[in-house]
Design a protein around this ligand. Structure first.
Ligand code: SF4
Ligand code: SF4
Length: 370
């Protein structure tokens, strides 16, 4: 296992972090998996108040001395917060579930527009500082599925120790993206990566050409290995979370992370990732190239961003993250497809001759259906 510095905190963490969101159905199997990971060098676990029974099972797995061998991260359920006192009430509940007297890394969960407003309104940042003073938490962080601009605003507004972002080979410039990764790291935040395989759908929906390219590459690695490798090659990445749901998967991940030092990819390896990305892109269903000639829209519709979300969604269905982003970030920000008044201005500038207003209606209907 490779280890790295966790931002400015002084912690040394394994580059592989166990995501505790997709535990095996059987509790004993889950406990065995967590302990196997720790016994094989993993020292970072990530759970959340909202991950079903995860905190309780994680707490059981960390008995018998395992707690002292790990850094434990969990998250505050911001959407349940109505007043300042609720933050500590939920934290105490989590400490109880996890059977511990402190959380090493405590995150404000999913800083979308609404949740960030709640944090500001209910003084969530002061809560974090107070909990550090009380010793209930050691380090302060946030997780985010949001735009780069929002990420920078949140990142600049507090002395954060870490941030958890979505990043994978298809999302180089999506949401916070690589630019946000570098921005956060330069500020001294530990950068933790979630959804490296988009919940596994990046693998299950891989076009046939992708497998052919990988098989034909001189360096023999599996698709999952290339997905992880592209991430751990970046020195700004502290921990990559993988939510394994079986011991077999965990063992495979541990094998991949045995040699996960940064800056190890050759130029030809990066080229392979570029071709793999193009193969996924060619399967997208709206032929938007992202040229942005249609922008700005007088009604503030984020046309290329909406089409990008939709195309990504088509690639990794039934994974819902793009849908959530549309509903919880783009729509509340007033730049969703619902703002389109069908003026047709954008269409005149589109080199791909896309029927933009009709496509926006289609995307909006699909993204907002329950
Ligand atoms: S048709 Fe809709 S998206 Fe296009 S410019 Fe007009 S309002 Fe904006
Ligand atoms: S002009 Fe057309 S192809 Fe270019 S970003 Fe807008 S919708 Fe996409």
């Amino acid at each position: 296992m490779e280890y790295t510095q966790y931002g400015k905190t002084g912690l040394e963490v394994s580059r592989f972090g166990l995501g505790c969101m997709r535990f095996p159905a059987d509790e004993n199997d889950a406990i065995e998996m967590v302990r196997y990971a720790i016994d094989h060098g993993v020292n970072y676990l990530d759970t959340a108040y909202s991950y079903q029974n995860s905190e309780v099972i994680t707490g059981k797995a960390l008995r018998d001395g395992y707690r002292d061998r790990t850094y434990l991260a969990t998250k505050s359920p911001i959407w349940l917060i109505k007043k300042h006192e609720d933050f500590e009430k939920h934290l105490d509940e989590e400490l109880d579930r996890l059977g511990t007297d402190h959380i090493d890394v405590y995150l404000l969960h999913n800083m979308n527009v609404a949740n960030w407003e709640t944090v500001k309104k209910c003084d969530g940042l002061a809560f974090l500082d107070r909990m550090v003073e009380k010793g209930k938490i050691r380090h302060k962080g946030f997780s985010v599925h949001n735009s780069l601009r929002a990420f920078k605003e949140i990142g600049d507004s507090f002395d954060w120790d870490m941030s958890q972002i979505q990043l994978n080979i298809l999302g180089e410039a999506q949401q916070v993206g690589v630019e946000g990764l570098k921005y956060g790291s330069a500020k001294g935040m530990a950068m933790v990566i979630m959804e490296p395989l988009r919940g596994g759908h990046l693998l299950s929906n891989a076009p046939a050409e992708v497998h052919q390219m990988i098989e034909g590459h001189p360096e023999k690695r599996s698709l999952v290995e290339w997905c992880f490798r592209w991430l751990y090659d970046m020195p700004e990445v502290s921990v990559i979370l993988s939510g394994t749901n079986s011991l077999q998967q965990l063992k495979d991940n541990l094998r991949i992370f045995q040699h996960s030092a940064p800056n190890s990819m050759l130029e030809e390896d990066q080229e392979l990732i570029g071709r793999v990305r193009e193969a996924y892109e060619s399967k997208k269903s709206i032929g938007c190239t992202g040229c942005r000639y249609c922008m700005p829209c007088p009604s503030n519709v984020s046309i290329p961003d909406i089409f990008k979300l939709y195309n990504n969604y088509q690639l990794v269905k039934p994974h819902q993250v793009d849908k959530f982003f549309y509903k919880n970030v783009l729509l509340p920000s007033g730049s969703g497809a619902d703002q389109c008044v069908s003026c047709g201005v954008c269409q005149q500038h589109c080199p791909q001759s896309l029927a933009i207003p009709d496509l926006l209606k289609k995307v909006h209907a699909e993204f907002t259906e329950s």
